[in-house]
Structures are given as C-alpha cells and as structure tokens.
Ligand binder design. Structure first.
Ligand SMILES: Nc1ncnc2c1ncn2[C@@H]1O[C@H](COP(=O)(O)OP(=O)(O)O)[C@@H](O)[C@H]1O
Ligand SMILES: O=C(CO)[C@@H](O)[C@H](O)COP(=O)(O)O
Length: 492
C-alpha cells in the first residue's frame, strides 16, 4: 500500500514514520540527541548533527519495511519551533542553531520594544516576544557576533534546514514562520514593516507557503545518503504543535490538546486570529489555511521529568520511575514543584524564573519527588487552561499528546486537574502523523485535511476519567502552586 512519511524534528530526538492512508504506522525510525548549553542561559543545537540524526532515523525506517522507498508518495515535516538557523552565501551553516529554549536575548527584546512599542508590535504579531524566538536571537547575533551576522544570507527554522537537505530548496511555512517574531499573523506573511524598522534585510527571509504546499522533490544526493527515492514529493510541513493538531484531527475549534514533550503546550484551533490581550498565551497560524491556533507554552515540561530521571535520580526508564510515584497520594503529601528549570513563557514570560521544590519534610521520599515533579508540570498547564477558559475557549474533547501521553500517571493527572476525560490517539506520533498528512494532501491523494483526518486520525477507545477525590485535592493545591512564583519572583 502507498505511504506518506512524516519527519518530526523534536528537541530531544528526530522521528521518521511511514503511515498508510488509513493512518497506520508501517515503519518508524528514531535518533536521539541533546541540547547544548554553552552557558547557563543558552541552548543550542548543531544542525549538521541533527541532519545526520535525521538520516539515521530515515534509514532505520526504510530498513524496517523492504521496498518502502518506492511506495512513499510524499514526505512532510514537523519541527521544534522558533529556533534560528543561519546560512551563508553558499547555503552553509554559519554557527549552531540558537533554539527555542535559549534565554540570552532578553535585552534584545527590550531594544525591539524601544523601536516598536509593545502594543503596536502585539497588534501585528498577536504575541509577546519571548527569548528563543528567531528575531531576538538574530539581533543577539548582530550585536555579539558581528562577524557571523555579516555572513548571513538566509535565516531558517530548524526543520526547514532538514527539508533543505532533502529537496535542495529553501523555504518555510506559515505555521512555523508565525513563531519567529517577525510575522503578520492576520495577513499570514512576513511583517516587512517591522523588519524595515529593525534594519533587517527582507532578503534574509525565505519564501513562505502553507504546510501542504510543494517545496520540491527528493534530490539525487539525498537519495544516495538516505535511501529515499529521488523525485519523491516533498511538502513544507509545519511547526510541531501545529502538526500535532492536524495529527489529532484538530481542524476546527472544539478539540484541545495537552502535549507533554520536552516543552509542554495546551493548544486549540481557532477560526479567527484571537489572542490574549494580556499576551500571556501565544497565537500561531494553524497548518490549515484560514485557521489559527492558541497555545499556552510551558518551557520546562517533560524535560523536567527527564532531568529528574537522568541528572538527579538515575533511573533507566520513565515507566519504572513513574510506577513508584503512583503509590504516593494525590498532592504528594504537601510537596510541590514549580517546574521553571528553563524560565517560563505562559503566563509569566520570564526567562529568569527558576524551579523550586516546596514543602519537603523528613517523611518525603524520592517517590514523592517524582510525583510532585509530574504534578508541577501539569499544574503549569492548568494555568493555561484557566486562561483559555477566561477567553471563552472550551474543549469538547481533551487529547493527551507528546511523549507524556505514554504515561498512565500523566494522563490521570491531566484528567484530575482539567476535570475532564482525557482521550488519546491510537498512534503515539501525532506530530509526525500531521506532517505525513501535509504530504498526503499536498500530493493530491486527499482533497483536503477534512478527508485526510477522516481516514488517518483515530482516537483510542481507552479514556482516562477524573477521580473526584483527587480533583478536590488538586483544586486546593493549585492555589498554593500559583503562589510559589509570585512569592519567589524577587529571589529569582
Ligand atoms: N513512559 C513515559 N512516562 C512518563 N513520561 C514520559 C514517558 N515517555 C515519554 N515521557 C515524557 O515525554 C518527554 C519526551 O517527549 P517527546 O514528545 O518525545 O519530546 P520531543 O518532541 O521534544 O523530542 C520526556 O522528556 C518525558 O517527560
Ligand atoms: O516553544 C515551543 C512551541 O512554542 C516548543 O514547543 C518547541 O516547538 C519544541 O517542542 P518539543 O520539542 O518540546 O515538542
């Protein structure tokens, strides 16, 4: 049967999946990597290494199913958003990518707002600027590495570089471009007026299209390197949270996704470019033309549990670790965790915020530490949920997504804290599925996303229901959780 490939360039690993038109994954490959931390407030990745990781993931996928390369009708992409990749005149990488988790560009954001007042900027961009967005990172390079800035001819988002290595064409899509900080959200185009005021050459931007548009075809060189078939259709794809929405059938309002990846997001599709006028949440262009998406973004999501597992407790896998936590009562007997290991976006937009464990006593064990860490991650998403509700955004269905959806306890915590049933996708690579769907629509296999979702998206029959005693406990503890940031802000 014919297949579509989705390549999802996450922050912790790259995954390649081949899915058939019924949405079933027939082959998959994955290759992991880490974030580089040249300084405490910096986060970078070497794009050449990420490309090599993508090659390995593609090769692994192809080797799982003989003859697969000839059955692939199209390839689409999903990627970690916001990061800055800089290319010189020969389209060579100039330096490591400065990724979304980077916090160095606070001063550049203040300088931007001195040129274009915050409210004026917010009206065009529908967002507040955050550290780690492409625009402030680029201005940081202009100020601190002029020798590198002089060489820049094109700026790209991370997944756009991987696509470039596959089809040889430079370009981006509206969903990912909307996370750069220099985008006109309502017109779905670069905000050329803002760029001019900031003295950034418009030539540095690549063409921007919708996610299902054709970016090119697999080149002969890429075919030699990866085993893909030269000439295979390549679609633009989109930012990971927007591709995850496609992969969960979120092509109109009504479904909400709660994603625990390296970061965490709460997202919902919108028919209008609605945004929080207090600019606590983000609004992006959806992968479907004519739709937008609202997002509560939490920068230290699943990575906080990974940090606890690898750096502190030394567990081999997540399941053994979280089983211990299941034995601890809801609320971790008064122990709370504020998960801001990486600063925070929603609702504080504060790169200087830091993590805190609160309320520890001699009674507490490592199992309490694990549970409170997981609870802290979900409390932070509950803050976004409260903002969405205040904006009148309601979910008829809440879908758990990202790596965290593999965890029974994470699903239970989400049901208890949002106080609603939690659904899951039958597959566990929703962003990769969404990326594959851009290719399926782009090459004309399906007429539109409506048709693609009908055939390819299937929710699991397993639903996690809230436990009423836990609901009550978490409502009380949530009030304490919200206090931690405000009471400690001065100390951060
Ligand atoms: N079995 C599990 N139990 C609990 N958490 C898990 C499990 N599997 C993955 N996770 C969480 O998911 C995160 C990775 O999510 P993933 O979507 O793969 O990340 P990314 O897209 O950023 O590469 C981990 O850091 C961890 O917090
Ligand atoms: O900053 C954001 C979205 O606004 C991040 O979500 C990145 O897009 C990375 O996602 P994951 O790798 O955690 O899935």
């Amino acid at each position: 049967m014919e297949c579509f490939v989705g390549i999802d360039l996450g922050t912790s690993s790259v995954r390649a999946i081949a899915v058939n038109p019924k949405g079933r994954t027939v082959a998959a490959g994955q290759c992991e990597y880490d974030i580089l931390k040249p300084a405490l407030n910096q986060a970078e990745q070497d794009m050449e290494k990420l490309w090599q990781a993508a090659v390995l993931a593609i090769r692994q996928m192809l080797s799982a199913d003989k003859g697969l390369a000839d059955r692939i009708r199209g390839i689409g992409f999903s990627g970690q958003m916001h990061g800055l990749v800089m290319l010189d005149a020969e389209a060579r990488l100039i330096r490591n990518a400065i990724i979304w988790a980077d916090q160095r560009s606070g001063p550049q954001i203040e300088k931007i707002y001195r040129v274009i007042p915050r409210e004026q900027f917010g009206e065009i961009y529908c967002n507040k600027l955050s550290t780690g967005f492409l625009l402030p990172s680029l201005l940081w390079v202009r100020e601190h590495e002029p020798q590198n800035y002089e060489k820049v001819r094109k700026v790209l988002l991370p997944k756009d570089y991987i696509r470039y290595r596959i089809c040889g064409e430079l370009g981006t899509d509206a969903s990912d471009a909307s996370g750069t900080g220099m985008w006109d959200m309502k017109r779905r185009d670069w905000a050329y007026g803002l760029l001019e005021k900031l003295d950034i050459l418009r030539d540095m931007m690549t063409v921007s299209r919708e996610s299902y548009g054709q970016a090119g075809v697999v080149t002969k060189e890429c075919a030699r390197e990866t085993g893909l078939r030269a000439g295979t259709f390549v679609a633009y794809g989109g930012g990971d949270s927007l591709m995850m929405e496609l992969g969960n059938g979120m092509i109109r309002s009504g479904r909400m996704a709660s994603t625990i990846g390296t970061a965490c997001h709460l997202t919902c599709a919108l028919e209008k470019p609605l945004y929080d006028t207090k600019l606590r949440t983000n609004t992006w262009c959806h992968g479907e033309e004519g739709l937008w998406s609202i997002m509560g973004a939490h920068l230290s999501g699943g990575v906080a549990l990974k940090w606890l597992k690898n750096q502190i407790l030394g567990f081999k896998d997540f399941n053994t670790m979280t089983e211990e936590a299941e034995a601890v009562p809801a609320g971790s007997e008064g122990m709370l965790f504020l998960p801001y290991l990486n600063g925070e976006r929603t609702p504080h937009n504060d790169p200087d915020a830091r993590a805190v464990y609160l309320g520890m006593t001699l009674k507490h064990t490592r199992a309490h530490m694990i549970r409170s860490t997981m609870e802290g991650i979900v409390y932070s998403m509950k803050e976004s949920y409260a903002i969405f509700q205040s904006l009148g955004i309601r979910a008829q269905r809440m879908i758990a997504a990202g790596g965290g959806a593999n965890s029974r306890l994470f699903c239970q915590l989400q049901a208890d804290m949002y106080q609603c049933p939690i659904y899951r996708n039958q597959g566990n690579e929703q962003a990769g599925l969404g990326a594959a769907m851009t290719a399926a629509v782009g090459c004309g296999y399906f007429r539109n996303y409506e048709e693609a979702c009908e055939s390819m998206v299937h929710l699991s029959s397993q639903v996690t229901e809230p436990i009423s005693a836990n609901v009550k406990r978490y409502e009380e503890e949530f009030l304490r959780f919200k206090e931690i940031y405000h009471s400690n802000k001065r100390l951060f």
